[in-house]
Design a binder for this molecule. Sequence first.
Ligand code: SAH
Ligand code: SF4
Ligand code: F3S
Length: 465
Amino acid sequence: MTAKPRRYHITTFGCQMNKADSERMAGILEKMGFEFSEDPNDANVILYNTCTIRDNAEQKVYSYLGRQADRKRREPDLTLIVAGCVAQQEGEALLRRVPELDLVMGPQHANRLEDLLEQVFDGNQVVATEAVHIMEDIAKPRRDSKVTAWVNVIYGCNERCTYCVVPNVRGVEQSRIPAAIRAEMEELSRQGYREITLLGQNIDAYGRDLPGTKPDGSHLHTLTDLLYFVSDVPGIDRLRFATSHPRYFTERLIRACAEIPQVCEHFHIPFQSGDNDILKAMSRGYTQGKYRRIVDLIRKYMPDAAITADAIVGFPGETEAQFEKTVKLVEDVGFDLVNTAAYSPRPGTPAALWENQLSDEVKADRLQRLNHAVTAAAMSRSQRYLGRVEEVLVEAQNVKDPTQVMGRTRGNRLTFFKGDIAQLLGKIVPVKITEIRAFSVTGEMLENGKARSNSALETASVQAK
Ligand code: SAH
Ligand code: SF4
Ligand code: F3S
């Protein structure tokens, strides 16, 4: 009799979308009776949930995979799975490249993992990359955090940014219905979660694929309506959402964020470039002027709001002067954080075929200069925290200093302070900020401050004693 595989390991690459998918797939594996193993070499089902946004992300996957493929030649009972965006992009070609693979599955198939694995255990090599209607979540995700959780509200992306693989690998937009989203949030609250981030690659598109129109002919379901609909789930004290697209960002949404106490004053709105011609070549559908107006509007309603973004340097044809406009935008806006990247040509995207590609040296040099500007901007944004008392939701122990805990302000600044995680996990406490760095701050918990907690978590910790 062959021993049935019992332990699984998942390594996740890429964005929050992939992390949320991994948590659902882990939930399915646990429901099937598998136990989590931190060490892949100790697991007999190994799943790599992959990312292909840039070439280096994709190459990392192949090096991980190569090691396990070697192992599989010695241990034929090992089950090897590639899920996520590289799986979707490469499909059957992955089986030719790594014949040891048992299952190649695109992101739209995450909720079907059990069914697909049954086919594998029956002796098939399986590729699941066809476009499907995403099933409503059936399994309970195995979430990494007990305090903060992701909830998908829209899958896929209908934009056609000329550099981006996401529409090819994640498919067309599919919104979940508001009732299903709210039900998932209520369940999270019962489990003690306090902060939820609503997720979508282009979250402002939420609802445009759902049926129904308002009397004025606009879509019945929008992100703004969804925020109002889910904001009063009892016990969920903080709501966030990502990723916003400047093309669709509305004043109505900003007003809703200012009005709903649970919505945190933090906006993640990638601008990609500070130059209008580059933005046009990227097919982004806005100008840097429109972006600045969005920022001004946010600050009009919420003067203290944190604004973060993504930017790309070295897009095909980008001149030094155009690049400097990106730096200027970073300096002018005063971002709390910007995720920066050197442009990487991706298979199946228009810009990859253009002849005006820049050299790696130019891209690396611009990346370094932009990062310098980003750090300086973040540092000056951190200044405003000094001496202030911030509400911090405690998420974990500080791995580098176990006498400290780690949490976030409403503006999403990473905050460290002395405290006992056993007592503080999941609590919102007032912290006086005493020390700042560009991307994180340190403070002291105010003793007389009253911690607020989600009562469900309180009961859970009482029961655990
Ligand atoms: N949906 C989001 C971002 C998705 S991808 C948006 O519209 O902004 C995350 C980030 O990766 C992007 O914001 C972009 O900055 C970066 N990115 C995407 N494709 C890239 C490429 N080909 N080269 C370099 N960076 C890229
Ligand atoms: Fe990619 Fe553009 Fe869609 Fe964002 S909006 S996922 S950058 S195609
Ligand atoms: Fe990567 Fe796919 Fe996310 S390509 S960034 S994991 S959508």
